[in-house]
Structure formats: structure tokens, C-alpha cells
Design a binder for this molecule. Structure first.
Ligand code: F6R
Length: 590
């Protein structure tokens, strides 16, 4: 969850490190710091933002350095606990993402051997261990130190007088960006896009020795090679392009994202090997918003493929033994780095289950664990709240199901026409932004809300609630419309609005009944319904209209409307939309 950067080359490191850290701000952090080395190491770090840190430090001389944005786990956000951390001599500096599980034991041992500790962090044991083993060969010292460490890490090590950076990973992402007589290190692609789009992705257990001239990788003492990847994103992709927030920009990008994802997928037409392995059931696993895409996927696949589909939260799948007979798995993860999802993928693979990954990040850990990967073409998603990646994930699920579908030719032709119309329909929702904003302003005055839906729009209710709560801090629950009466009714009142997602499918009549029940309990009722639905006009206090279409695609249209609702409610409440409190973009700890 922390951000890591490193630079070595011919230019002054300080401005490059600060710029790279600025590009990682979207991940969320509470403190930051950099270390630059000429002959000695100079460290500046503190709680607070990168801009404050930059304003408070002098010009530093040095062409090699490391930087960090911290998300506190061990010890409060403070100057002392911020990274980089140093050894006793101040000659070794380390930035770290991850958790060292045995740090207490190591710390006691090291204190017994005369090392002084200043912070409450687990990270601080790493520079001290490296110091203990450093006898003139930095990479050997790092390799030896890491043998003592239990836990997860991505680290970058800087040593005074050494014209190199040493980088290592286990269960946390880290990439090396390749430049012209300069190299970069980052925990996340957007950090280095200003400088390069060429990258190497380290595997767990790899140690990288990065100099101005080159990159050498080793593993268990032997040299290894890793494939160079071209990052298909530009600097502009990772900028706000005139929008007030990344979330709004990313919501508006969705017509293009649908075209890009479908275009890419259909042109390359690579068969999904998983579907050709004689599987009789499917297990889809994911977390958060990706989990909601997976839930929609279940309806799509069960309808079009006529197979049994189970959907599991990755964090839960890790704690029971699933029955995997004739089962194939799909892991959905925007970042490709979510720890719970990666752990579940490894478990399934170890149990002999083939795993297909659907991810946004080329070369991410998920893509390397999976037997096969399909990339969504969402471009960098910077807002902590996922929006366009959800839509792109659905596009892959639709196309996958349609490609292997058992439906008749007429239905399939209708589906193809329906999916091709989606960019236009999503644009119509976006064009209705002012109307949605009006309802969002109204919703912003409440502290609690329910989202209800049925069938394929039940996951949309979950996603609408998640979006609203994470960006506006309004407590929201997504509930199957038929379940309200089994308990949640107790909470309905004039102070608890209900947002009902009403689709023109076999759930329609039942939804009308549920809407009447809600009205009878005094809750303000906002309905999301297709244009021309007069029954809903009669029932609901307000109606957000969305374009008509095949109900199977309604989750895309409805979710975009709910994303705008959440965004404008958060804006009305003055929330920090792109960086909601306590959240990080990429959740690399369990
Ligand atoms: C919510 C959100 C999170 C992520 C979740 C999984 O807006 O962004 O719930 O969806 O952390 O992340 P990925 O898809 O990267 O595995």
C-alpha cells in the first residue's frame, strides 16, 4: 500500500524522486520521504504531503536516491516513522512496502548486538540487518539479510558511496523502469510514466542490482532474466485532463474504455484456454468492486453458457477448501496486485485448478500467477474508487460468455448489437449528468441510504452503495430488493432514502411491489429506471432515467449513473474524492 520510487542516472535525483512521489499520491498516504546520496546519504522525511516535504527541504546534490509514501501500519504517521529508514551509521537507507512478521524478534536480537533503533516500524530492522551483513558487497548483504526476514516486502536499498540501488521483492509489487543511461524503480507504473514506458517486473525472490548503465537480476545466487514490457499508457492517460477529479475523468472515459476493451479483445480473438478444458463449473474470485463485476459475471455466464458459476470473495476463499471438481477459475483484479486475490489464485493453482486473470496492469503479479491473462484496456485508474475498470471488466465477461455461448444465432446477433450500442448509451447517461447531480445534492443531506436491486442488478445495488460510502462517507447498504423485508425494514424511515434499480426484465413486477413496501415505510425513494417507464413515475419520489436496452447490459448503464450519483454527493459534502480517508488504491496486504 506504500509507494516506492528510486532513481539512478546522470541527472539530479531529488526533483525526479519528488515528481515520481507526486505521481503516486493517488494511492493514499500519511507521510513521505526521500534519501539522496552523493558521498553521504541525506534523508528528508515527515508526516504530511509531498508538496510540504519538497518546500521544507534544501536542494540536495546526488544522482542516486530513493523515495517513499507511507501508509502507517506499525507506528503512527510521524517524522521518525516515515521512510527511508537508516542503519546505525547512517550509511544504508531503505524504503519498504509490506509487513515484516518477525520484526520484534529480529529487533531484540539486533538490539542485543548493539544496534540502536529510533522508530516503531517493522521496516527499521532491514537497514540494521543489512548493516550487520555488509562487508563491502551490498547485494550479498541484502540477500543475506532477507534470509532472516519473514513477511512481505518490496524494498529499495541505497548505500553511501555505492553507485547502485539494490531492489528486492516478495509478495509486494515493484518494477524497474528502463531509461537511456538512467533507470527508475517504482511500486506502481504511473510513478515513472513521465520518464519511460519500458519496464521489468521482478518476480518474488528476485534481487535487482540497478546502476546507471544497466540492470542485473539474481535469484538464489544465480543470474536470471526477466522479459521487458512496454507499458501501454501515456503520461496524459495519468493526468486529470481538465477534470476536477480523476474519478470524474474516469467516469467520463467509459464510452472509450468500452470501445478499447472490446476492440482489443475481439481483434486479438485469443481463445480463452480455460473454456476449452472441459470444465463444468466456474469459480470467479475478486475483492471489492471487482467482486461486484464478478457477481454480474455470474448472471451473464449462467445465462449464456449454461454452466454453474460460483463467486467468492478472495479473502474468504483463502480460509476454506473449495470443491474444484471440473472447475475453472477466473480472478478479476484491476491492479493485479491485491494480496487476497493473489493468495487465492496461488491456492487454486496449487490445487490444480486452471486460472484465467482479468486485469488492467500489464505484467502485474496476477498476470504472472495465472495460466492465461486477458487485459482490460481501461488505461491507468488513478482514483481510489474504481469506476472505468468495473465497466471494462464487464466487457471482458460479456465477450467471453458470448464467444462460448450456447444461445441461438438470433439471440447472439441481438447481444452483439446490444454490446456495440453500449458506448452510445453510456454517453447518454453521462449527458444526463446535471439531472443526476440534482439528486446527488439531495442525497448528500442524509447519513444513511439503501440501494436495492434484483437479479443482475443486485450486484449493481452493492456497487452503488460501495461507491457512495467510500467517496461521500454516507453509510450505504446494498440489499437484494426481496430481502429488505427480512430485517432491514426496521431501519427504513423518512431519514433513510432508498435508491432502487429497476430493470425491464423478469424482476420488474416484483420490484414494483418492493417499491410500494418502501414507500409505505416512509423512506424517500429514488428510482433508476428506463425512460418511458410510467409506473415508476407514479411510485417513486424521483426518477433518474437511463436509456432502454437489453436487460443483460443494464448493469453497465445503471452503474455509470450510480457512479455519478456518488461522485456528486461526495462533492456536495466537500469530501476528498480521489483519496478517501483510510483507503489505498492497491491493497497489497492481507
Ligand atoms: C472500490 C475499490 C476496491 C477495489 C478492490 C479490489 O472502489 O476500488 O474495492 O475494487 O480493492 O482491487 P483490485 O481490483 O485491484 O483487485
Amino acid at each position: 500500500m506504500c509507494g516506492i520510487v528510486g532513481y539512478i542516472g546522470g541527472k539530479q535525483a531529488q526533483p525526479i524522486l519528488l515528481n515520481c512521489l507526486g505521481r503516486l499520491e493517488y494511492r493514499g498516504y500519511d507521510s513521505c520521504g526521500i534519501a539522496v546520496s552523493a558521498n553521504a546519504i541525506e534523508v528528508y522525511k515527515d508526516a504530511g504531503r509531498v508538496k510540504q516535504l519538497a518546500g521544507a527541504m534544501p536542494k540536495l546534490d546526488g544522482v542516486v536516491g530513493i523515495g517513499h509514501t507511507r501508509w502507517a501500519t506499525h507506528g503512527e504517521p510521524s517524522q521518525i516513522n516515515a521512510h527511508p529508514h537508516l542503519d546505525c551509521s547512517g550509511n544504508i537507507a531503505v524504503v519498504h512496502n509490506g509487513v515484516i512478521n518477525n520484526f520484534q524478534k529480529l529487533k531484540q536480537q539486533l538490539i542485543g548486538e548493539g544496534h540502536n533503533f529510533v522508530s516503531q516500524t517493522d521496516t527499521e530492522v532491514i537497514p540494521h540487518l543489512i548493516e550487520k551483513y555488509y562487508h563491502g558487497n551490498l547485494e550479498e548483504a541484502v540477500a543475506t539479510a532477507l534470509r532472516d526476514v519473514e513477511g512481505s516486502y518490496a524494498i529499495v536499498v541505497l548505500a553511501a558511496g555505492e553507485p547502485k540501488l539494490v531492489v528486492a521483492r516478495k509478495d509486494c509489487p515493484i518494477i524497474i523502469g528502463i531509461g537511456d543511461r538512467e533507470n527508475f524503480i517504482a511500486s506502481d507504473v504511473p510513478a515513472i510514466l513521465d520518464y519511460t514506458n519500458r519496464a521489468l517486473y521482478l518476480e518474488d525472490g528476485d534481487i535487482g542490482i540497478v546502476t546507471k548503465e544497466g540492470i542485473r537480476l539474481r535469484r538464489d545466487g544465480a543470474e536470471v532474466k526477466r522479459e521487458e514490457h512496454r507499458i501501454p499508457w501515456s503520461v496524459e492517460d495519468a493526468q486529470k485532463a481538465g477534470y476536477e477529479h480523476f474519478m470524474l475523468k474516469e467516469i467520463h472515459e467509459q464510452p472509450k474504455v468500452i470501445r478499447d476493451t472490446l476492440g482489443d479483445y475481439t481483434q486479438r480473438a485469443e481463445p480463452a484456454m480455460l473454456m476449452d478444458t472441459g470444465i463444468e463449473s466456474m469459480l470467479i474470485l475478486a475483492c471489492g468492486t471487482s467482486y461486484h463485476a464478478a457477481l454480474v459475471g455470474r448472471y451473464i455466464m449462467e445465462e449464456l453458457l449454461s454452466i454453474l458459476v460460483r463467486v467468492e470473495l478472495a479473502s474468504e476463499l483463502n480460509y476454506y477448501v473449495p470443491n474444484l471438481a471440473k472447475t475453472g477459475a477466473i480472478a478479476i483484479t484491476q491492479s493485479g496486485e491485491t494480496a487476497d486475490t493473489l493468495k487465492a489464485m496461488k491456492k487454486l493453482k496449487d490445487m490444480g485448478c486452471p486460472v484465467l486473470a482479468i486485469t488492467n496492469v500489464v505484467g502485474s503479479s496476477a498476470s504472472r500467477i495465472a495460466n492465461q491473462t486477458i487485459y482490460i484496456r481501461a488505461g491507468p485508474e488513478i482514483s481510489v474508487a474504481a469506476t472505468k475498470s468495473f465497466t471494462a471488466q464487464l466487457m471482458v465477461l460479456y465477450w467471453l460468455a458470448m464467444s462460448y455461448s450456447k444461445v441461438d444465432a438470433r439471440r447472439l446477433a441481438g447481444l452483439i448489437m446490444g454490446i456495440r450500442q453500449l458506448p452510445k448509451k453510456v454517453q447518454q447517461v453521462l449527458d444526463n449528468e446535471d439531472e443526476i447531480m440534482k439528486y446527488a445534492k439531495y442525497l448528500a443531506g442524509y447519513e444513511n441510504a439503501f440501494f436495492i436491486g434484483r437479479g443482475i442488478n443486485f450486484p449493481v445495488a452493492l456497487e452503488g452503495a460501495l461507491k457512495l460510502k467510500e467517496v461521500s462517507y454516507i453509510h450505504a447498504e446494498g440489499c437484494p430488493a426481496g430481502e429488505l423485508k427480512h430485517g432491514s425494514f426496521a431501519l427504513l424511515s423518512k431519514d433513510v432514502p432508498v435508491i432502487a434499480i429497476v430493470a425491464q426484465d423478469n424482476t420488474y413486477e416484483a420490484m414494483l411491489t418492493n417499491l410500494k413496501e418502501v414507500k409505505a415505510r416512509g423512506s424517500p425513494l429514488i428510482a433508476l429506471a428506463e425512460e418511458g417507464d410510467e409506473d415508476i413515475d407514479q411510485l417513486a419520489d424521483s426518477v433518474i432515467t437511463v436509456p432502454k436496452g437489453d436487460a443483460i447490459f443494464s448493469p453497465v448503464i445503471n452503474t455509470v449513473a450510480l457512479q455519478l450519483l456518488a461522485y456528486y454527493a461526495a462533492k456536495q459534502r466537500g469530501c476528498p474524492i480521489d483519496n478517501p480517508r483510510n483507503l489505498a488504491k492497491s491493497v497489497t496486504v492481507e
